[in-house]
Design a protein around this ligand. Structure first.
Ligand SMILES: [Zn+2]
Length: 467
């Protein structure tokens, strides 16, 4: 109870601020156009149709003329963009980033889209289309905000960089990774970075109903593991005891049953403790005494979201087995994807998988790229303070909660040039609507898009006022 009372204080402040009056029709129109370019990232980089990418870059130049005449623009690997808005004071620099490539629309789901995914239809107060949330809203609202400020003759004290990648959805190796490499070569260190990865989420968990502004201060690591099962094969009329598919299936089930142990990592602890001022007293007692109640929380919590925050997740994503109903296959494969919590490592997950599978006839190998969980960005930093202030100004009463990003963002490529990376889009979204991201009927409410532009205007102003 002592701990409960000690941790129970609210940190949000109230600010007066003028919110930008913006031309809603103009923003809607320009954003709708941006969704009409099918900038689709395919798994194989060389299979990507680059024409829409090329056209999208032309559209940006026409739509944001001041950004293109006043800021220095560098094009990396033909399609990724890096802008420099030189500050007068030059003592701090900030990077605002995003990506304009989108995931493909699965052929089988095309008919389920109410409006075609690459038409940018405006209807019922929404703008519909692939990329409406992930992440053209981030790119266009940032550029729109900078264009607005330039129109008013605003000159920043601090240097503002903008970076927009063209291959985030397939790992960002050709875009964000190269931009970061360029910064390293130029010896440029970034004071703080703002990327996608968090949002204002409602229906987050059973502890709290009100929306939370979740700011990603770290993100999970990633590894996929390929299981290869081999047997002598033959005709299905005379099967051997251990079929290749049977062995592979047992290995998959074992990996699902014996997952990595949940860990109370520093970010998740911080997340739970930050909720304390806003929840009922019984939950307050639980969350302020995680040292005591942690095992309860770890083992009895049912939400997949909370589960993913406290453990390295195991997801079987691909299986390739058999060719004909009367042939015993000789070789079968499965791929299992793990998202790694801080405290675990990619190497550790590979070892864990080998130990669990045990069966010597099944090969367990790393599949594709892997990386460890990110460093955790400090909350005791000007960047975090400015971000919190801007959220408080635009979304009064919404608690700002540090969080672990469960997916991967392009910002991880900048870990070598910045200590302070924050992942947040000023977008109000329910867990239900989140399924539309990478799913069907992706859309953004017009009011929310306008608020995003207001947010970046305010954020850039705040960056330049706080010293
Ligand atoms: Zn994204």
């Amino acid at each position: 109870m002592l701990r409960t009372n000690k941790l129970n204080f609210k940190k949000d402040a109230k600010y007066d601020c003028e919110i930008e009056n913006l031309d809603v029709v103009d923003i809607t129109l320009k954003f709708s156009q941006s969704l009409q370019y099918a900038t689709i990232s395919q798994k194989d980089y060389f299979e990507i149709n680059k024409t829409p990418f090329h056209n999208f870059l032309n559209y940006l130049e026409l739509t944001f003329p001041l950004v293109h005449s006043k800021l220095k623009k560098e094009v990396i690997n033909d399609y990724s963009l890096f802008y420099t808005w030189e500050g007068k004071g030059k003592d701090t620099n900030v990077l605002l980033m995003g990506h304009y490539d989108v995931v493909p629309v699965e052929g089988s789901t095309e008919g389920e889209w109410i409006y075609k995914p690459f038409e940018g239809t405006v209807s019922d107060g929404f703008i519909w289309g692939r990329g409406a949330i992930d992440d053209k809203a981030g790119v266009i609202s940032t550029l729109y905000a900078v264009e607005c400020l330039l129109k008013k003759g605003f000159e920043p004290d601090d240097t503002i960089y903008l970076a927009f990648g063209h291959d985030e959805e397939i790992g960002g190796r050709e875009g964000a990774c190269q931009i970061s490499q360029m910064l390293k070569e130029k010896n440029i260190k970034i004071d703080y970075v703002l990327d996608e990865g968090g949002a204002i989420v409602s229906g987050f968990n059973k502890f709290i109903e009100k929306p939370l502004a979740t700011v990603g201060v770290a993100e999970k690591g990633y590894i996929s593991i390929e299981l290869t099962s081999e047997s002598s094969g033959g005709h299905s009329s005379m099967p051997t005891k251990n079929s290749s598919i049977g062995m592979l299936s047992r290995a998959i089930v074992n990996l699902e049953n014996k997952q990595c142990t949940p860990t109370l990592n520093w970010v998740t602890k911080l997340f739970f403790e930050s909720l304390i001022p806003y929840i009922s007293y019984s939950y307050k007692i639980v969350l302020s005494n995680l040292w005591l109640f942690w095992p309860l929380l770890a083992y009895y919590v049912s939400s997949p979201l909370i589960k993913a925050m406290i453990r390295t997740t195991t997801a079987v994503t691909m299986v390739e087995a058999g060719v004909k109903d009367n042939i015993l296959p000789t070789i079968d494969k499965a791929v299992v994807n793990f998202r790694i919590v801080p405290g675990n490592t990619a190497e550790g997950v590979l070892k864990h998988s080998r130990k669990i599978v045990k069966n010597t006839s099944i090969k367990v190998e790393k599949y594709g790229q892997s990386w460890d969980p990110s460093k955790i960005s400090s909350l005791d930093n000007e960047g975090y303070a400015i971000l919190t202030k801007t959220i408080n100004q635009l979304f009064p009463g919404v608690p700002v909660i540090p969080n672990l990003v469960l997916g991967a963002t392009d910002s991880r490529h900048f870990l070598s040039v910045s200590e302070n990376i924050y992942r947040f889009r000023p977008l109000v979204i329910s867990l239900e609507d989140m399924k539309r991201v990478h799913g069907i009927n992706e859309r953004i409410p017009i009011v929310d898009l306008v608020k995003m532009v207001q947010f970046y205007v305010l954020f850039i102003k705040n960056v330049n006022r706080i010293k």
